[in-house]
Ligand binder design. Sequence first.
Ligand SMILES: [Zn+2]
Length: 120
Amino acid sequence: MNAIKVKQCSNCGTHFNCGDSAPKKKCWCNDFPPIFNLSEGGDCLCPACFKNSCSIKIEEYVATITPETALDNKAKDLPKTTNLIEGIDYYLENGNYVFKAWFHLKRGNCCGNGCRHCPY
Ligand SMILES: [Zn+2]
């Protein structure tokens, strides 16, 4: 396991913990798509700033997706993350979960339910 380290956010200066808080409890950053973990100093961002920069990258990527490229998108080949993240995988509207395009891209195909943000 990865011991907990205290780091300082390179963006806002907040101190935060990075590491596994228990043998079965992985660091918070494991909930994020692994492709974004190593890029551009993302290792030194606090959870709030990391989520922010992650969602910007995801929005940029999703904006390049067309129904023709969606079936072969990169997100579906990423190692699966266990927890869905509000604001990245879904958002809440009147208490309902609305899945974002990123969530559908990770699945790799259309579920046929006519989801609002279906990229396929
Ligand atoms: Zn920060």
